[in-house]
Design a protein around this ligand. Sequence first.
Ligand code: PPS
Length: 287
Amino acid sequence: MSSEYIKFEGILFPKGYSIKHLKFCRDEFVVKNTDVIVVTYPKSGTNWVIEIISLIHSKGDTTWVQSIPIFERSPWVEVKASQPLLCKKEQNGPRFYSSHLPIWLFPKSYFQSKAKIIYVMRNPKDVIVSLYHFTKVLKCFETAESVSQMIKMFSQGTVPFGSWFDHTCGWLSLRGNENFLILTYEELLQDLWGNVEKICHFLGTKLKEEEVNLVVKNASFSAMKANKMSNYSILPDEIMDHSQGSMLRKGIAGDWKNHFTVAQSEAFDKLFQERMAELDQRLFPWE
Ligand code: PPS
């Protein structure tokens, strides 16, 4: 499965990524104090949080989210094609961008900045399922033959962006920093309203109650699925095979129960315990 990926510093990246750009991104990209960055391991709720911060920025108004593609509102810093968007003169508030990079490949300048990072985590078993389905859709990912194969590759870290365990442990080392907010996909599902308020507080944005209501309504799974600027349907067939599924697939917690056998689940739980034992388990509020 990994033969067509590129490798940088031992981490696999999808086809089309550039090692030169990944080096530039780590060593030379200049993070600004005013930047707001959504950082995630893939399939953890990145686009959901981008939609939420876009809507917070426009106080719940949908003009921006319905006119500009989500990947232009918050471009991927590790993708070379994003550079012109990231270098655009700052307009109307902070620069938003996203990243799946592990902390050790992230722009070094961030660590001397006051930029804000929102780190989103999700039950890795649901990440596996989401990733398994998405490998059939996104053409720069190599299609996984089965959930079983995906569990194996994921457990070994031989998937794009490397090991979930290393990614999560690396970024969680920043917990407690005032410019670092941790969210989980499961908590967003349970209480979107409360989490929108939490994000507003983190960003220093004050919204009226009716504006928070609009953010919640317009960032719902159904609203995003219906918005062609947020659902990736505008990407050409060379990039995404829309006949195989979509970015907004199910949008639920616990879909792993429909895909894992009992033995697979137990083995993964054991691995999770081994790799994450030293961290406070309350950081991982999922079943
Ligand atoms: S990516 O490709 O890594 O950027 O994907 P990412 O955005 O991180 O994660 C995709 C999953 O997030 C779900 N999603 C949502 N769930 C609930 N509500 C909303 N609004 C929402 N938006 C995106 C999306 O459906 C993917 O999860 P699965 O389990 O595949 O449905």
